[in-house]
Design a binder for this molecule. Structure first.
Ligand code: ADP
Ligand code: MG
Length: 403
């Protein structure tokens, strides 16, 4: 069903001798909601600007519908952008802000962009639309962004969320194939952000076009996207569905950036057997070399608290935070602090045992990020006495009973 629309092939970008994008390879499918996710400064905006045509990559190709478009200027690409600072025209009302894009049409059909007009099925748009046609398009767009009836309002009288809707309508009214959105909800408060996330998703589906969305907010990325691209330091770390990215992070950077993760050193003893803290546990992972050192991710919600005598590991609770639905507790295992989510109240200072099911482990290859993330020591200021993990070697059969 999905057809490739845009591809970045071996794209690198250098500013003043500094590599900002390092050999990016990525494709974007037609009608897909794809999010570039990563910390500030990782190169998300630079990537969008390359797709939009505002920057030419230092090396590599930008392909649109099979055609190289490196040298096609922005106004000749079937791509529009919505920025965080959505510069609306303050002296124009809502209607005229949206109509603006139609009155000065993007000349997609310009002869110098044969490739693009072919890409759009050879369809040529009239150079100038009639006011009747403009009215019908603007009205339809305002309906899509839920601003029907706001036509004559001055944009400065609108809330931030409403202004952002106007910006989206303006960017969509001339029917681009792709909408680029650079942290478009960044200026809105939390509640409004959540509403707008749902709205954007709906608009994208309804219009049936490709959205390439940029955010540093992992929750936003997971809840909106068909595909998430995790970036760090100008490099793609992982591409996948939100579920893939959360459940099967590729390295410690992704595991740490997406959700909460305890990440510990481990050894893959054999298929389906991982060792952490000197003890063997059953897991679902396989395909590693025997005794390969690995990074092991254990999500806070995958740890069960049990009596000390029943625990595969035992530790000391060093902090407790009430979160409404559950408690976040920090537990010290031999100086390594884990975050555990639990509905059982465990007071600070108490000793607890833990149990982890095989599907609670996620084993990753060692990477340049090994050892950098996944310890929750900074969660609590005081560093407690080292809890004595039960270190005695035990056979897997024992483990299978216990764990
Ligand atoms: N025009 C430029 N000249 C020099 N450095 C730039 C330029 N644009 C971006 N950078 C640098 O590139 C890096 C990535 O920037 P950017 O793509 O804006 O990241 P993000 O959007 O992920 O926060 C940053 O270190 C930034 O300072
Ligand atoms: Mg940016």
């Amino acid at each position: 069903m999905s057809k490739e629309l845009i591809r970045l092939k071996d794209v690198s970008m250098t500013f003043d001798g500094e590599t900002i994008l390092d050999n990016m390879n990525i494709y974007f499918n037609d009608k897909e909601f794809l999010t570039l996710l990563g910390p500030s400064g990782c190169g998300k905006t630079t990537t969008l600007r390359i797709i939009g045509g505002f920057l030419t990559p230092t090396s590599g190709d930008v392909i649109f519908d099979g055609v190289r478009i490196n040298d096609i200027p922005p106004h000749k690409r079937q791509v529009n952008t919505v920025f965080q600072r959505y510069a609306l025209f303050p002296h124009l009302n809502v209607y005229d802000n949206v109509a603006f894009g139609l009155r000065i049409p993007k000349p997609y059909e310009d002869v110098s962009s044969v490739a693009l007009s072919e890409a759009s099925g050879g369809k040529k748009r009239k150079k100038k639309l009639s006011e009747t046609e403009i009215k019908s398009r603007v009205t339809e767009m305002l309906e899509i962004v839920s601003l029907k009836g706001f036509e004559h309002r001055s944009v400065s009288s609108l809330s931030g969320g409403q202004q952002q809707r106007v910006a989206i309508a303006r960017a969509l009214v001339n029917q681009p194939k792709v909408l680029l959105l650079d942290e478009p909800l960044g200026a809105l408060d939390m509640r409004l952000r959540k509403d707008m996330q749902q709205e954007l998703k709906r608009i994208q589906k309804q219009m049936g076009i490709t959205f390439i969305y940029v955010t540093h907010d992992q929750e936003e990325a997971l809840s909106m996207s068909d595909t998430v691209v995790v970036m760090n330091a100008g490099k793609i770390q992982q591409i996948g569905t939100p579920e893939d990215i959360y459940n099967e992070p590729k390295n410690a950077f992704v595991a740490d950036f997406i959700g909460e993760s305890n990440i510990v050193d481990g050894i893959m003893r054999e298929d389906n057997v991982v060792e952490i803290f000197g003890r063997k546990f059953r897991c679902l992972d396989k395909g590693f070399a025997p005794d390969e050192p690995v990074d092991v991710v254990i999500r806070p919600e995958d740890v069960d608290i049990v009596d000390v005598k029943d625990g595969a590991l035992t530790g000391t609770v060093t902090s407790v935070t009430f979160k409404g639905m559950h408690y976040d507790i920090i537990v010290d295992f031999k100086g390594f602090k884990w975050l555990i989510e639990t509905t059982d109240f465990c007071p600070e200072g108490s000793r607890i045992g833990i149990k982890i099911d095989p599907d609670g482990f996620h084993v990753m290859k060692k990477s340049e990020y090994s050892g950098m993330f996944g310890d929750y020591s900074s969660y609590s200021a005081e560093y407690d006495e080292i809890g004595d993990v039960e270190y005695e070697e035990s056979s897997l059969e024992d483990e299978a009973d216990e764990v």
